[in-house]
Write a new protein. Sequence first.
Length: 158
Amino acid sequence: MLSRRSVAELVSRRTATLPAEAFAVAAPIVEAVRTRGEAALREYAERFGDVPAGGQLFLDRAALARALVGLAAADRARLERVAERIRTFAEAQKRALNAVTVTVPGGAAGHWIAPLERAGCYAPGGRYPLPSSVLMTAVTARAAGVKQIWVASPSLER
């Protein structure tokens, strides 16, 4: 059995998941991309070796369609089967979540479910690509009602 702890004890025991130095390095990059957009994104992608100078940053729908056609039939069928399983579960999970409002002294408390407008998903690539990460994040986001989904992945050309 777990021992009882106060909120103050729990908060005092909490540790940061990333060292402060990581935030110090990342903050200027995030701010540059926020303020300068694609130009800053290209600058950092080229600097970190993810894109060759002047290389392509995004895959358009035509490139994605060509990749899909080039996928072995058995691999495509397997990915589609897994995606359907994930979608089925995510939709059932969404139906199980309901808005709740409870009257409490002085007012009401509750929660509601609202999908984000857009989501960013990370797809590990490089030497060990993980399509399961795309399925688990993008399919689940779509089932939740997210309209715009972006997937980011490191270059496969390493």
